[in-house]
Ligand binder design. Structure first.
Ligand SMILES: [Fe+2]
Ligand SMILES: [Fe+2]
Length: 247
């Protein structure tokens, strides 16, 4: 993936790391592929995690709940990056270890930026629709949930990073399905034009339905990368215009 910073778009200054998307991608076709594909079989840990999310934010997929998902989504990438930076410092004499650690750092950085874009885009949509944040997005609750996830991700990053990649692949598989289903559940998005500069800078598409289809596909990219680094490439789901796993 390639990122560039956009400072001006339309009338407003926009600061966002933009992904260069391949326009060959058929977003509708990929949404139905996601909807028709069963979820990846989640382990007990993730089932408890998603149950906790449902208890906190409700069972229904909503934009406020997606915000919480996005706030958490960047955490593992950040923890892997921190761990790999420590290794880069300690193991700089070992070229093989340096190459691998740099690869993880590069991927982790681009994935974090991409997750953060998702959060900004959801914020714009909620603002446009006059939607308010729910109680679980209040700073003390977010602090508690994020702290829990940081500790969990840190332990996994330092003890069993490949297990962390697999755990994240399942988390991203869940996110991909959530967005594909949200587009199906919100048919009005098909007629809602994207005008906000932040969303336009994220992906230059016409409707909000396509914005969320694009987010769903970004989650598939994260899922694919996670399976690749977990040593499970057989689970990678390919599509036209897909970015290469290793740049
Ligand atoms: Fe995301
Ligand atoms: Fe993601």
């Amino acid at each position: 993936m390639h990122y560039r910073r956009i400072f001006k778009k339309g009338q407003e200054n926009v600061s966002i790391y933009q992904t260069a998307y391949d326009m060959k991608t058929d977003l509708r076709k990929e949404q139905s592929e996601t909807l028709n594909r069963p979820h990846f079989k989640y382990g007990l840990g993730l089932r408890i995690f998603f149950l906790g999310m449902d208890i906190t934010a409700g069972k229904k997929n909503t934009l406020p709940k997606a915000k919480l998902l996005e706030i958490l989504a960047s955490v593992p990438y950040r923890e892997w990056e921190i761990r790999q930076y420590c290794r880069l410092t300690m193991k700089y004499r070992n070229r093989k270890k340096v190459d691998w650690a740099q690869e993880i750092v590069g991927w982790g950085r681009s994935a974090q930026d991409n997750e953060y874009n998702h959060l900004l885009v959801i914020q714009e949509k909620m603002k446009e629709d006059g939607m308010k944040d729910r109680w679980f997005l209040s700073p003390p609750v977010v602090f508690l949930v994020v702290t829990f996830y940081v500790i969990l991700s840190k332990i996994i990053a330092w003890t069993h990073i490949k297990g962390g990649f697999k755990f994240n692949a399942a988390f991203e598989d869940h996110a991909e399905h959530v967005y594909a289903k949200m587009v199906e559940d919100n048919p009005q998005w098909e007629n809602e034009k994207v005008t906000t500069p932040v969303a336009k800078a994220y992906a230059d598409v016409d409707t909000w339905a396509d914005i969320f289809r694009r987010i769903s596909l970004d989650e598939r990219d994260h899922r694919n990368h996670s399976f690749y680094y977990a040593g499970m490439p057989e689970h990678i789901i390919k599509y036209d215009g897909m970015p290469s796993i290793v740049d």
